[in-house]
Design a protein around this ligand. Structure first.
Ligand SMILES: [Zn+2]
Length: 310
């Protein structure tokens, strides 16, 4: 049987932080779009795994986890740019649980898609840039402990560098971190295994060519058992926090390029929404739904190839 896309949902309605540049409405909009517009059956939408303390302890430091557990305002929590409140932190735990589900779905079905997640600015010992917990590392390390997963590739196309991911996996030869981002933008850069810092307003053509070349270069040196696709849509030209100037069509081509490259080889892919700050949450949700549509197309294409006559 060919690959299928299965979805994980966690904290979609629970993460309510009121008027904030971080558009939590997008999660509900994406979920509803999957059901009502893409026709995704309920049997392909899964709820979040529980998060155990030991899951968090594989990635984050004891002191930081104590601050989070107490919702205590310290340098480590206040750097989140989010409310330091127990309900918000609980929502991040739930998101990390859905990332566990996503990695498991990827391993089982070919493509796991988290309607959320991608908090790549969380560090082992502190929060940063709307990110309390590094949900993806928590999920990957859980699956490694459970199932002995080996080589993991992060393909991070969010407009902001995956600085937390870079720090968490520095020196880990089983994990390759690739980030393609806008150079003159948040955050202060850390060192990924491959960083591609782009000029402002680069546009679709050059962007796609560079991305494709970088993935060729990674192919030559690293064969992953799982790809974590950090599919932020903030490179879009209308994004409030991004300045790479990609069109909606360019983002769709980007998603296809990444998903096709690994999907055609049958490498499990875990997709995370990550950033997206269009002026209207509806546009952000629309762009995330494009990623889901691209994933569905890839699953369909290779599902037919695999199950057809050969
Ligand atoms: Zn971002």
């Amino acid at each position: 049987m060919g690959p299928e896309v299965h979805y994980a949902v966690g904290a979609v309605d629970a993460l309510d932080i009121g008027h904030h540049v971080f558009p939590t409405e997008k999660y509900g909009l994406v979920r509803d779009g999957l059901i009502h517009r893409l026709g995704v059956a309920a049997s392909r939408i899964h709820s979040a795994h529980e998060i155990e303390d030991e899951d968090l302890e594989r990635v984050h430091t004891p002191a930081y986890l104590r601050d989070l557990a107490a919702a205590r305002r310290t340098w480590a929590t206040e750097s989140s740019e989010m409310p330091v409140e127990a309900e918000v932190i609980a929502a991040f735990r739930q998101m990390a649980g859905a990332s566990k589900t996503t990695v498991e779905l990827a391993a089982r079905w070919g493509i796991g898609f988290h309607v959320g997640g991608g908090f790549h600015h969380a560090f082992p010992d502190h929060a940063e840039g709307f990110c309390y917990l590094h949900d993806m590392a928590i999920a990957v390390e859980w699956w490694r402990a459970e199932e002995g997963l080996d080589r993991v590739l992060f393909v991070d196309v969010d407009v902001h560098q995956g600085n937390g991911t870079a720090v968490i996996y520095a020196g880990d030869s089983e994990t390759f971190t690739y980030s393609i981002h806008q150079q003159r933008n948040y955050p202060q850069k850390q060192r990924s295994d491959l960083d591609r810092g782009l000029e402002d307003g680069i546009g679709d053509g050059d962007y796609l060519e560079i991305l494709s070349q970088d993935l060729d270069a990674i192919d030559a040196i690293f064969q992953p058992d799982l790809v974590c696709y950090v599919a932020g849509v903030d490179p879009h030209r209308d994004d409030i926090l991004g300045g790479l100037g990609l069109s909606s069509e360019g983002l769709l081509r980007r998603d296809r390029l990444v998903l096709d490259r690994f999907g055609r080889r049958g490498i499990p892919i875990a997709v995370f929404l990550a950033g997206g700050y269009a002026p209207q949450p509806q546009l952000t949700a629309e762009l995330h739904l494009q990623t889901a549509r691209a994933a569905e197309e890839i699953a369909m294409q290779y599902g037919q190839l695999r199950s057809g006559p050969s």
